[in-house]
Design a protein around this ligand. Structure first.
Ligand code: HEM
Length: 401
């Protein structure tokens, strides 16, 4: 194996990042990486260190805690000058974090998740019919992408007539490379205005959806106006592309070895465990969001100064042989927890929803297409060019019908 650190960008890394993370875990588990704009960050790749950083309340999330070089490089959110979009739980620390998270948690009560499941089943049945009728189905374009956006629209209560435009704009936000950030910033104008209008409509007429809850919390003084629109925007950003990647990556994991697909067809009880195993093996979020030590600390034997940016590699942690036996193997039901939804105070609020969507989507394909196969060699598949997300642009298949 090479003695020099691997590249963390470029075609080789994008088509298969796992060898690079293996090298880092073995040789430099808390590694200094250069970032665009002259900034740099610590990249944490071992499971034990990753878990410790995610659980540490002194690892701050407020971008104001980042050091001057990181802030000057503009690597935070591309819309970080907009208080109406960034005052959300993922960018703050306790006590604001606790307050914001409590209100948004209302989206995911058992009653609401049940209603969302029915909606997911309806949307999926329609999408699967279209896949069956298609000459060249692509499971990212035809299923993994449209299902989660329909569910986010349900959660926020986006009216039917606005949905096509909402979908189109969300596709721009889903651009992931640093180079494309300007286009993303431009599109946020639209979301800023649209979510503000949606909020005004709820102020005039209460509704039984998450935005309705957030607006009530604003009326009672619990949330500011910026916090309402920022939370709605966070649910879109955090809940869409991640779930697209989960469904796409899971189908890739299953179909690259047809015996895995056949095994699941023969024993559908393995569906839930297979979702977890896919999350561990191909974590949709390659790295968790930025963290900044509030005071000097040590991670994996490396000294970190206050404010130095830290990235925690969830993709690498899932493949750490120091934590998992046969770490690269697919063993649904192994029962080992993974870090793909994070850990600690910022653990994903949408984890149950994402799991449900993956089970509904993949379950419908198992029922309908037991002979499903990849239509191209896996070396031809293109992954998003990102160090943050980990997902496929397309997954062409043959349905075997
Ligand atoms: C937080 C992953 C789906 C909403 C997180 C975090 C991870 C994650 C790793 C923690 C980030 C950190 O600590 O830096 C995922 C994955 C998903 C998914 C892999 C799909 C497979 C969703 C969905 C929603 C959602 C469907 C909502 C509709 C959130 C929110 C947070 C979050 C609001 C911030 C929580 C906080 O800061 O307290 N997610 N997520 N996520 N996720 Fe998810």
């Amino acid at each position: 194996m090479s003695v020099s650190p691997p590249q963390l960008h470029g075609p080789e890394f994008e088509s298969d990042p796992h060898p690079a993370y293996r090298w880092l875990r073995e040789h430099s588990p808390v590694h200094r990486v250069d970032l665009p704009g002259g900034a740099w960050a610590w990249l944490v790749t071992r499971h034990a260190d990753a878990r410790r950083v995610l659980a540490d309340p002194d690892m701050l999330k407020d971008p104001a805690a980042g050091d001057a070089a990181w802030r000057a490089a503009g690597l935070g959110l591309p819309y970080d000058h907009r208080p109406s979009l960034v005052r959300s739980m993922v960018n703050v620390d306790a006590p604001d974090h606790t307050r914001l998270r409590r209100v948004a948690g209302g989206a995911f009560t058992p009653r609401r998740v049940r209603a969302l499941k029915e909606s997911a089943e309806r949307v999926t049945a329609d999408l699967v019919d279209r896949i069956a009728a298609s000459d060249r189905p692509d499971l990212v374009r035809d299923l993994a992408y449209p299902l989660p956006i329909a569910i986010i629209c349900d959660i926020l209560g986006v009216p039917g007539a606005d949905r096509p435009e909402f979908h189109r704009r969300a596709a721009v936000i889903d651009s992931s490379s640093y180079e494309e950030m300007e286009a993303v910033a431009a599109t946020t104008d639209w979301f800023d205005r649209y979510l503000g209008e949606l909020m005004e409509a709820r102020l005039a007429e209460p509704s039984d959806d998450l935005l309705g809850d957030l607006v009530e919390a604003h009326r009672s003084g619990e949330l500011s106006r910026d916090e309402v629109t920022s939370t709605a925007f966070l649910l879109l950003v955090a809940g869409h592309e991640t779930t697209v990647a989960l469904i796409g990556n899971m189908l890739f994991t299953l179909l690259r070895r047809p015996e895995r697909w056949e095994g699941l067809c023969a024993d559908p009880a393995l569906l839930g465990p297979a979702v977890e195993e896919s999350l561990r093996l191909e974590s949709p979020l390659q790295n968790a969001t930025w963290r900044f030590p509030g005071k000097p600390t040590t991670v994996g034997g490396v000294a970190l100064e206050a404010g130095e940016p830290v990235l925690v590699s969830l993709l690498s942690a899932g493949r750490d042989p120091g934590r998992y036996d046969d770490a690269d193997g697919f063993r649904p039901g192994r029962g080992d927890a993974h870090l793909a939804f994070g850990h600690g105070a910022h653990f994903c609020v949408g984890a149950q929803l994402a799991r449900m969507e993956a089970r509904v989507a993949v379950g419908a394909l198992l029922d309908r297409f037991p002979g499903l196969r990849l239509a191209v060699d896996e070396s031809e598949l293109r992954w998003w060019p990102s160090m943050i997300m980990h997902g496929l642009f397309a997954l062409p298949v043959r349905t075997g019908r």
